[in-house]
Ligand binder design. Sequence first.
Ligand code: G3D
Ligand code: MG
Length: 176
Amino acid sequence: MANISKKICLVGDFSVGKTSLIRRFVEDKFSDRYLSTVGVKISRKVVEFATNQINQSVNLLIWDIEGQTKFQSIAPSYLKGASGSIIVADITRPETLESLQRHLDLFFSVNPQGLVMVALNKSDLAVEEKLARIIQLYNFDLHPQVLATYVTSAKTGEYVELMFRQLAENMIKPLV
Ligand code: G3D
Ligand code: MG
């Protein structure tokens, strides 16, 4: 049993793939059809790993905004108390990439000690060449609390598990 619980929030514009990434990680499946209801959904997953041969586990409480519309902004109350966040953009929609900085600023304004992963999602829809350019332009790894920027696909599962696991591990590891 995991005795440490941590809240993480998925943040990003409408339809970038937040819910799909959670479904991929928690249930390991992808659905091309997903019906959202209004409100917030909290999924739970226990992540186990070993550090220096000591087994550890963390109970991840994964928050998702459901039924978010195009012009609806993210409320600070949704982010409150989160140890980490996955900030998501859709590589096929430049405006969602442009929003990343704003989402980062908002998350850190509510959780100054929080840790972040940036997910450039829907990699299955882009050609290699375009991906390389996007990664160059939208890499936030220089920020000390951004652990990594990953190119993900909720559809194929690429980097999804790794990204969630690394975030979980870093949240319970003391910062050095
Ligand atoms: P949101 O929760 O951020 O609003 P969703 O986004 O997870 O609801 O995803 C929005 C749409 O993008 C969905 O399609 C979903 O299937 C699709 N999607 C999410 N991630 C990926 C991905 O990695 N690759 C591809 N190809 N599609 C993805 P619909 O058609 O249901 O709106
Ligand atoms: Mg959603």
